[in-house]
Design a protein around this ligand. Structure first.
Ligand SMILES: [Zn+2]
Length: 234
């Protein structure tokens, strides 16, 4: 299995790796900084260079391993490649992903509203929440609380825990650990000061101050007890 370096180091932008599998338009590396699509976070893009040639990485998917789809010739097995991720795209995903955690925590703490889904992009995001209907006053309160937490510049940390310990210590309304397959024995926990703790395998900024100003841009009522809330960061 590829060593997923993006899980530990969210500041590195370039890396060197060895090709372990080379297919028609995809390669598997021994290690990578490229985040594969998952958990509502889009895949990274960037480039791989080898033998004086540079190809674009246009898709990254994790199945039995992490596959990088390239738009040119694939490097052969055993080749050394230099990888570079598109930092603007990745950093935007990190900001939006961290904002989503904070928003899920605020909605649960202040409205007892559980997050049921999320999707983020480089320029916007949305979350689905089990809640009947937010008012404009609710939205003003949420924005104010979010920007207060962002301005507080809380530290964001991540670490792994045994699944049993995580099940005993994480709030089941915030983290649906029972949805994970039985084969998962370790859980990666992402913690924002004492405001939020949840299991997540995405990438996040290391301080909430990096998120930027939060604003709600829209809502959609999804059935009788679910709302979809859209937001942007400035
Ligand atoms: Zn996350």
């Amino acid at each position: 299995m590829t060593e997923a370096r993006y899980l530990e180091d969210t500041t590195a932008r370039t890396f060197t790796a060895t090709v372990v599998r080379s297919l028609d338009d995809r390669v598997v590396l021994d290690e990578t900084l490229f985040y594969p699509e998952g958990g509502g976070q889009p895949h990274d893009e960037g480039a791989l260079s080898f033998d004086g040639e540079t190809v674009r990485v246009v898709d990254v998917q994790k199945t039995d391993d992490i596959y990088h789809t390239v738009d040119g010739p694939t490097p052969p097995e055993g080749a050394t490649v230099e990888g570079r991720i598109d930092w603007d795209r990745r950093f935007a995903h990190m900001r939006y992903h961290t904002a989503q955690h904070l928003l899920s925590a605020v909605l649960l703490a202040d409205f007892d509203a559980e997050t049921t889904g999320n999707q983020l992009y480089a320029d916007r995001a949305r979350i689905d929440v089990a809640y009947e209907r937010f008012t404009e006053d609710d939205f003003a309160q949420i924005e104010s609380r979010m920007n207060e937490y962002i301005d507080a510049d809380y530290a964001v940390r991540w670490y792994t825990m045994d699944r049993a310990d995580a099940e005993a210590s994480l709030d089941p309304e915030r983290t649906r650990l029972h949805l994970l397959p039985d084969s998962i024995t370790e859980v990666r926990v992402v913690e924002i000061d004492d405001v939020d703790r949840t299991a997540c395998a995405g990438t996040h900024v290391s301080n909430t101050g990096q998120i930027g100003e939060f604003a709600i841009t829209g809502r959609e009522t999804k059935g009788s007890a679910e709302e979809r809330v859209s937001f942007v960061l400035a």
